[in-house]
Ligand binder design. Structure first.
Ligand SMILES: [Zn+2]
Length: 152
C-alpha cells in the first residue's frame, strides 16, 4: 500500500501511510481528520467503529498498485477531482512553484536545459519537474479517469 499512497499523492490526494500494527491509533486519526482508511486487512473491516460506519474504510482487494488505484478512485468516486503535481510524494506536503533559477543548483544539467516548470516541497526540499515520466504518468491518469467514469 506504500505505492498506492504515492499514487494517490501524485493525483493530489492527501494520503498518509501507516506501517506497523497500531490499528487503534490509525482509526483515531481517521476519525479525527475525517480520513478514509484504505486497508488490506479484513479484520479491520470487521471492527465496530468501521462496520458501524463511524470511520469509513475501503478494503483494497488487489496486490497490483494499478488495480488498487482504480478500485479506490471508483469506490470513493474521485474520478473528477484529480489535481496532480500538488503534493510531495514523500511527505504529503503542498508543493510550491519555483523558478528554474531557484532550483538550478539542485537539478541535473540535462534537466536545466529541457525543463522550465518546477515545484519544490518546502519540507523535504525535493524538487519535481514535468519531465517525460510526468507526461507518461499523465497519459495513464487520463485513461484511468476515463475508465473509472465509464464503469460507474
Ligand atoms: Zn517532501
Amino acid at each position: 500500500v506504500g505505492k498506492l499512497t504515492k499514487h494517490l499523492r501524485l493525483l493530489g490526494f492527501d494520503a498518509i501511510f501507516f506501517t506497523g500494527v497500531d490499528d487503534s491509533r490509525m482509526i483515531e486519526i481517521a476519525a479525527q481528520d475525517d480520513r478514509v482508511i484504505l486497508t488490506r486487512d479484513t479484520r479491520l473491516m470487521e471492527r465496530r467503529v468501521v462496520s458501524s460506519g463511524r470511520v469509513k474504510a475501503v478494503l483494497v482487494k488487489d496486490d497490483r498498485p494499478d488495480v488498487q488505484i482504480r478500485q479506490v478512485i471508483k469506490m470513493l468516486n474521485l474520478g473528477h477531482s484529480f489535481s496532480p503535481f500538488t503534493l510531495c510524494l514523500e511527505c504529503n506536503r503542498m508543493l510550491e512553484e519555483r523558478s528554474p533559477e531557484e532550483v538550478r543548483e539542485r537539478i541535473p544539467p540535462y534537466i536545466r536545459k529541457t525543463q522550465k516548470e518546477f515545484v519544490e516541497c518546502p519540507y523535504c526540499h525535493r524538487v519535481y519537474w514535468k519531465g517525460t515520466h510526468w507526461e507518461a504518468m499523465m497519459r495513464k491518469l487520463r485513461d484511468l479517469a476515463q475508465d473509472t467514469k465509464e464503469d460507474s
